[in-house]
Design a protein around this ligand. Structure first.
Ligand code: FES
Length: 114
């Protein structure tokens, strides 16, 4: 992607989805540099998290967003905040790492793990 992302090094950001694909009330799965990513939109803010459950290293292929804006792992039911990735319900004990995320035009850009 080109420069102009809030003064950050734009080269480390990659486009992972169209903004319109990331809808309120849903989890959107994406990928950046081969890494699974979970995208959420809560109160109009798009956020990106590591797409691997911290409980048992399960790669989310599906996950759902609960009515309380929690990302729910389909394997053992751990729930993570869709706002900051913190654990809301076990068995996971470690939060989902949040990734730098920007919306530029109609593109969602994420800086995957370095
Ligand atoms: S792998 Fe996600 S809760 Fe166990």
């Amino acid at each position: 992607m080109a420069a102009g992302v809030d003064g950050e090094a734009a080269a480390e950001f990659v486009a992972v989805a169209a903004s319109a694909e990331v809808r309120e009330g849903y989890v959107t799965m994406a990928e950046a540099d081969g890494l699974p990513i979970v995208l959420t939109r809560v109160e109009s803010t798009v956020r990106a998290f590591d797409g691997t459950c911290t409980h048992a290293d399960f790669t989310f292929e599906t996950a759902r967003l609960t009515r309380r804006c929690e990302i729910e792992c389909p394997i053992h039911g751990a729930r993570f905040s869709a706002v900051d990735g913190s654990v809301v319900k076990g068995p996971a004990t470690e939060p989902l790492p949040e990734l730098p995320c920007r919306v530029v035009g109609d593109a969602v850009l994420v800086a995957p793990f370095g």
